[in-house]
Ligand binder design. Structure first.
Ligand code: NAI
Length: 699
């Protein structure tokens, strides 16, 4: 059973009981219907209260049922709601904590609703590329009015019950209880009070009126269209809600069902549902059990107050965790602190941060030049120059001063975490924490698991990541970890495309049209083209036979490092960030083609997108095979949260499955024939080849 049945005098109490959030899985749905039948058959029962056990009324659909047969087995949620509406005895929802999605739809089917203050209320289906499919689009406008309901359904955002209860004329809540503690008693009392009242009120019978419904809906359509260009669900939400105002209830329900079914089969919804599950799965590590003990992180040390160190420190200050930040020289420390202050002040100016909060956060920050001040830190993150010698010096010092059990982390982006760990006597406490720039903004955190990193350390860092609002993904040790190892192949392809006839703007536009936030050349100009230059110089020594386009080197030889030098792949007007196509760069590329004896050809946008995206897919497959990533969803999370991969495509590995792996492999075989490309790279990774042959996808 996943709903409990009890009697309190003449009132039957049905308690949804499916931890953690009383998801409306098959067993729960069945149990509610059975309990309703039982209550209706019991002559002593006068009224029924439905509530939720633990920390939610109901969070809605049971996500463990996604894609399984159980999700479509009767009783559907619609049937459960039907059974509630048809109950001969009044049904009162006693709502608390969380009332979302199907949970709210169920409550809207009840005859009355009593709510505890502080309840989070939402219909978040749009975030999964769907719309509420159990009457939410038809019933919510009837109790909250067209505008409030439309806003909630199109945005999927959570609203607190107190705010909703204040809306004049709202019919969502009949009673707001004094507190969560008194909810049950108040709901029981309310149920006793209305037990004899007939006829039973039904939300479906309420009118949905708006003084200028047509004009408002047209306005809403225009707004939503502009804001959701790659996602079909928000506009369908408008259509469904419009039906509440324009059609009879049953006709509206029918439209809701049709639109829901259409959305269910869109690639965008599949992508968003994949992302939702992948995000939750990323925090789980196959061989690190959920009950692994974690260490308490009360204070953090950061070494290096440069570009990364300052941003890293801000993450912890924002979460209320005190930080001690260490530099070698006073000037560097002052500069680092000034940057942190400037960042916070900009937030204050924009109204995103209150002055007192800013001061509170700065009050948690202690600057120092002495390692002695790090001896009490529970976690110390190093963000000094990217040189193994400097890292060695830092980690030897840390080993000497850090307290036993302190976690020692490196923010290195390319160096071997196992070698760094070996500089200490406690490799089990060493881990990589690879933040992305700007570290206080970017959601992604690659947690690099060294050969000897303790499970406890991993579990601690994964939990801490949630606290500082990062999406943490575990990566094994390799050059570039997951994200940068893949982006290197993507950048190489971008270079080959120039060699063969494309311009930087054509490449950028093609991939931006696909949905990337920024194409590779605009990205290079933003991040600094000199970073890749340094990596290529190192590669030239380590892997002299690695083929790549020399155009990027020519660009750097011209001093065009990007926005910071006022010129890169594009020209920039002083102080501006708009990328202006550069004649000089186009001539440089043309000259390079001549030097290489390449006759330029017209390259289609489709080929550009395929070469860039499939290069990520093939390297991703190698990464999975090498055990660097634990699951394909982890790779997708890295790309969605750290590299601007379009959300509605679900990440490179998911997208490859949508295209069909066999089609990906065939395209790669074509690319391998191209004399100007790297035929060896386009050999499909064995895992990719195998899955394609078996007709499977990565997940
Ligand atoms: P940065 O050059 O801006 O800052 C490094 C800071 O470390 C400087 O302020 C320097 O004074 C300080 N420092 C150097 N040696 C030190 C020592 N022995 N003790 C204390 N402080 C010392 O460099 P950035 O960009 O912040 O990079 C730091 C680390 O983060 C590197 O390992 C880098 O690979 C990594 N990283 C950088 C990213 C980026 O986009 N900049 C992204 C992700 C990782």
């Amino acid at each position: 059973m996943s709903a409990d049945y009890q009697k309190d005098g003449q009132i039957a109490v049905i308690t949804l009981n499916n931890p953690p959030v009383n998801g409306l899985g098959l067993a729960t749905r069945r149990a509610v219907v059975e309990a309703l039948n039982q209550a209706n058959a019991d002559a002593e029962v006068q009224a029924i209260v439905i509530t939720g056990a633990g920390k939610a009324f109901s969070g809605g659909a049971d996500i463990t049922e996604f894609g399984t047969e159980r999700a479509t087995q009767e009783p559907h949620l619609l049937s459960v709601i039907g059974a509630i509406e048809q109950s001969a005895k009044p049904v009162v929802a006693a709502i608390h904590s969380v009332c979302m999605g199907g949970g709210l739809e169920l409550a809207l089917g009840c005859h009355y609703r009593v709510v505890a203050p502080g309840t989070s209320v939402a219909l978040p289906e749009v975030k999964l590329g769907l719309l509420p499919g159990a009457g939410g689009t038809q019933r919510l406008p009837r109790v909250l009015g067209l505008e409030t309901a439309l806003n909630m359904i199109v945005s999927g955002e959570t609203v607190k019950s107190e705010l909703l209860a204040q809306i004049p004329g709202q019919k969502l809540f009949d009673v707001v209880a004094a507190s969560a503690d008194s909810l049950r008693a108040e709901a029981l009392e309310f149920a006793r009070g209305i037990a004899d009242r007939r006829p039973l009120p039904l939300v479906r019978e309420l009118p949905c009126k708006h003084p200028q419904a047509e004009a408002y809906l047209q306005f809403a359509r225009n707004m939503v269209k502009g804001m959701s260009k790659n996602l079909p669900a928000p506009l369908k939400c408008v259509d469904a809600v419009a039906a509440a105002a324009q059609r009879k209830f049953e006709a509206g329900m029918q439209l809701e069902r049709e639109l829901f079914t259409q959305l269910m089969f869109t690639p965008e919804s599949r992508a968003l549902r994949h992302l939702f599950l992948a995000e939750r799965a990323a925090s789980k590590i196959a061989d690190v059990p959920a009950d692994t003990p974690v260490r308490e992180i009360r204070t953090v040390g950061v070494i290096g107050a440069g570009t990364m160190g300052g941003g890293i420190a801000m993450n912890f200050l924002n979460a209320g965790i005190p930080v001690t930040i260490l530099e070698t020289r006073q000037e560097a420390l002052d500069r680092g602190l000034a940057t942190i202050r400037k960042n916070y002040e900009a937030q204050v100016k924009k109204g995103k941060l209150k002055q007192d909060k800013y001061e509170e956060r700065m009050g948690l920050l202690t600057p120092t030049l002495s390692y002695d001040d790090l001896k009490h830190a529970d976690l110390i993150i190093e963000a000094v120059f990217e040189e193994l010698g400097v890292k060695e010096q830092v980690f030897r010092q840390l080993d000497a001063v850090a307290k036993p059990g302190a976690i020692l982390a490196s923010n290195t982006s390319t160096l071997d975490v196992d070698r760094i760990a070996a500089f200490t006597q406690r490799p089990q406490d060493v881990v990589g924490m690879h933040f992305f720039s700007p570290a206080n903004v970017m959601k992604l955190l690659e947690v690099v698991r060294g050969r000897e990193t303790a499970k406890e350390v991993l579990a601690t860092v994964m939990q801490l990541a949630k606290k500082i609002r990062k999406t943490a993904v575990v990566s094994g040790v390799c050059d570039g970890f997951i994200g940068n190892r893949m982006i290197e192949q993507y950048s190489r392809q971008a270079g080959f495309l120039l060699d063969e006839g494309a311009t930087p703007q054509q490449v950028d536009q093609a991939i931006e049209k696909f949905g990337f936030a920024m194409g590779p050349f605009r990205m290079g100009d933003l991040a600094g083209n000199d970073i890749g230059w340094a990596i290529r110089k190192r590669r030239a020594v380590e892997q002299p036979d690695m083929k790549y386009s020399a155009t990027a080197d020519r660009l750097c030889e011209l001093g065009r490092f990007g926005q910071k030098t006022g010129a890169g792949w594009y020209d920039y007007a002083p102080g501006k960030r708009d990328a202006i196509p550069s004649e000089l760069v186009n001539e440089m590329i043309a000259q390079h083609r001549k030097d290489q004896g390449i006759t330029p050809r017209r390259i289609s946008d489709e080929e550009i997108v395929q070469r860039l995206v499939f290069s990520l897919v093939n390297e991703g497959a190698h990464i999975l095979e090498d055990g660097i990533a634990g699951k394909s969803g982890d790779i997708d999370m890295v790309y969605l949260t750290g590299y601007g991969f379009p959300i509605h495509r679900g990440g490179p590995m998911h997208y490859a499955g949508e295209v069909g792996l066999i089609n990906v492999v065939q395209a790669m075989q074509r690319f391998a024939q191209n004399p100007h490309d790297d035929a060896r790279f386009w050999q499909p990774a064995p895992l990719l080849a195998r899955l394609a042959a078996e007709g499977k996808s990565f997940s």
